[in-house]
Write a new protein. Structure first.
Length: 327
């Protein structure tokens, strides 16, 4: 009995220490996503580019997800209790926002892969199918659809003593286990993004044979390589969380079973931290996989720094020319 309680204490300590890792993920993710937005919106090269638009929206949604999770962590530490398992509003709100945002991210990753496949296709009529107007429509439609889809969370998620914040409707448990997590949040985005990113990568290898402007060819190859790496990371970090959530939905562990509950809590912390890498590490992934992206980041930052220095000099120069009221 004493060894069991000691093991539980160790698991709880490890789980708490993971918060520091989450803080690093949050900080790195916030900086990285802001830099993504700056690069894809400030450079003239990316203006009107659908994939750059998708990546900008993805970065904005990722910032929202990271901020929500970080605020939850702050409340949990300052108030010394798990607000999601004690406050019904927090239980419903956090779950609803997380799931709708996660579905939207999955959709955007699929749109990015599809856009690159069509953009690099050798048939002109397929290239013309993808437009910035269509990209905006798909993002708005997906955001609306996934928000409506999470309404049952608001209705059927409740706080149950000894179990915490869980789904109370058994039919909904089956739906989320076998449709939502396995299909909508698992096989559908993973298979769709994988297929189209592979096809786009194959198309990009033959771009040199086609009569295209050099700059357009370089941009297509850069974006295809970046999206291909993005899809791989999306699959690697999403699968463990999806598998664990299916397990949790079908195996609710009572808080009275302290050892098993502590293990589930530790695993949940690990897979959640892993999942949040998909929202935090896209900038660093692009930095590692694309030398052209590295040059673009340096260009944007140097321009921003130069502009800031010029503004500062202008302000100080104006202050010097303001007449002293005492003179």
């Amino acid at each position: 009995m004493s060894s069991s309680s000691g093991a539980v204490e160790i698991l709880v300590i490890i789980q708490r220490n993971f918060r520091y890792i989450n803080y690093l993920i949050f900080t790195a993710g916030l900086i990285g996503n802001i830099l993504n937005i700056l690069v894809f919106t400030r450079l003239r090269l990316f203006r009107g580019n659908r994939c750059a638009f998708y990546l900008t929206v993805e970065s904005l949604v990722s910032i929202i997800i990271l901020v929500i999770y970080f605020m939850y962590q702050i409340v949990q530490i300052t108030d010394s209790y798990d607000i999601v398992n004690t406050s019904l509003i927090a239980c419903k709100l956090k779950t609803t926002l997380n799931q709708s945002a996660r579905l939207l991210i999955g959709s955007i990753v699929c749109f990015e892969a599809l856009d690159q496949y069509l953009s690099t296709h050798h048939r002109p009529h397929l290239q013309q199918r993808t437009t910035l107007k269509l990209a905006r429509f798909l993002v708005i439609f997906s955001a609306t659809l996934w928000t409506i889809h999470t309404i049952p969370y608001i209705i059927f998620f409740d706080i149950v003593p000894s179990f915490g914040c869980i789904i109370t409707n058994q039919s909904l448990v089956y739906y989320y286990s076998y449709v939502y997590y396995i299909f909508l949040n698992g096989l559908l985005p993973i298979c769709t993004a994988s297929v189209f990113s592979l096809l786009a990568y194959q198309n990009a290898r033959h771009l040199i044979r086609r009569q295209l402007p050099i700059e357009r060819r370089r941009l297509d190859r850069q974006m295809t390589a970046m999206i291909f790496a993005r899809v791989i990371m999306f699959i690697v970090v999403s699968l463990p969380y999806t598998i664990f959530r299916v397990y949790i939905l079908n195996n609710n562990t009572s808080q009275l079973e302290t050892f098993r509950y502590a293990i589930d809590g530790l695993i949940s912390t690990i897979v959640t931290s892993l999942l949040f890498l998909t929202y935090a590490m896209t900038f660093y992934l692009f930095w590692l996989t694309s030398s052209r992206f590295r040059r673009q980041v340096k260009t944007v930052l140097s321009k921003r720094c130069l502009q800031s220095m010029r503004n500062w000099r202008r302000v100080t120069r104006n202050l010097r020319h303001i007449p002293n009221a005492n003179s």
